[in-house]
Design a protein around this ligand. Structure first.
Ligand code: AQP
Length: 333
């Protein structure tokens, strides 16, 4: 059976980008077609400046939102990364297989470290080694497929390279994974800066739709989205990124058809924005209602996470033990 693993960082409130780029696919397709494991990857949230209480709060909220979005603990495994020691255990081996050069080439490291340096913050060493931990997250489950948005593709490629290298040097241990991205919604852009992705840790949230945003605020943010200087509605990501982003969002939120075909049915930006706002609101409304119910019963979410961690441990443990043995570490007696 195919094994799927994917994760989400509790670095901020989940956004429409997270939903369309990853979560909606996990819910709609992935959990039903494979042995699917989904994780709130909290260790990754420590790679940038963080407030411990906020990370705890966001971890709980993220897990609750994933269940509200439709992950079904009867058919998939949902757990918190730090509850399963195997991730950290395997991460060090991945650091021993990766090279300094390949980690420094990662676009996310380059962008985030440049941003930190600009604002006078120090760059944590873990921001550089983060993709080694992410490789461990994936390889510990002998994952075949990793459903992610485009921004994470490079990290999955690295996990692939590390799996191949490890197997070649130390013997067949890991499955070589591959990234899979949704056809639309793989890269949702910021509504105020459509050349940059919609990110949950952006300081300015005016171009970001959060899944728990008040629905009136969602409408306002979309109506105020930056469009382009032209007047006609055409789908052109390079020349008209603002309009293309709205068309992508509308198509991914059930607006029907592909974004280029949708463009033909609009003759004004205003109408496109109104329909996009309605489509997004119709996606968020039921999700927010389910979230409110689940948040009122934290014991249920904790139970799901406990059971999920137990299952994840039982899968990862023998794989990581095999990697320890293969690389030359003496088995514990
Ligand atoms: N804008 C996006 N469009 C499509 N997919 C996206 N994803 C994230 N943003 C978009 C996908 O969501 C999954 C989980 O993402 P993550 O938690 O690993 O990272 P993030 O949301 O990108 O959060 P960061 O890195 O803390 O902060 P920002 O967002 O500010 O860079 C992944 O599958 C990701 O592809």
């Amino acid at each position: 059976m195919t094994t799927i693993f994917s994760g989400i960082k509790p670095t901020g409130h989940l956004t429409l980008g997270n939903y369309l780029g990853a979560v909606s696919r996990w819910v709609g397709i992935d959990q039903h077609r494979a042995d699917a494991l989904f994780s709130v990857v909290d260790l990754h949230a420590l790679t940038v400046e963080h407030d411990p209480a906020r990370v705890r709060r966001l971890s709980r909220q993220t897990a609750t939102l994933l269940l509200a979005a439709g992950l079904d603990p009867d058919v998939c495994t949902l757990f918190v990364q730090s509850h399963v020691d195997e991730h950290a255990r395997l991460s060090f081996l991945m650091e021993c297989v990766a090279t300094d050069g390949e980690l420094r080439r990662m676009i996310q490291y380059r962008e985030k470290s440049a941003r930190a340096a600009k604002s006078g913050e120090s760059v944590r060493f873990s921001l550089l080694s983060y993709p080694a931990l992410m490789a461990a997250d994936i390889l510990a489950y002998r994952t075949d497929e990793v459903p992610v948005g485009e921004d994470q593709r490079q990290h999955v490629e690295l996990a692939r390279d590390l799996a191949v290298r490890f197997n070649h040097r130390y013997g067949q241990t890991f499955t070589v994974p591959r990234a899979v991205a949704p056809q639309v919604g793989a890269r949702v852009m910021d509504l105020q800066d459509p050349t940059g992705k919609m990110g949950k840790s952006h300081a300015d949230g005016s171009g970001v739709i959060y899944l728990l945003d008040d629905l009136a605020a969602v409408r306002k943010k979309i109506m105020r989205a930056v469009t382009d200087s032209g007047r006609d509605v055409v789908y052109d990501r390079a020349e008209r990124p603002g309009v293309a982003n709205l068309l992508d969002i509308l198509a991914a939120c059930g607006g029907g058809g592909d974004p280029a075909a949708l463009a033909a049915s609009y003759d004004s930006y205003g109408a496109l924005k109104r329909d996009t706002a309605e489509a997004v609101i119709e996606v968020l409304r039921p999700l927010q209602e389910r979230h409110a119910k689940l948040a009122a019963d934290p014991g249920e979410v904790e139970g799901v996470l406990r059971a999920g961690a137990g299952r994840a441990r039982s899968v990862a443990r023998p794989v990581v033990d095999a990697a320890y043995a293969a690389i030359g570490l003496l088995p514990a007696v």
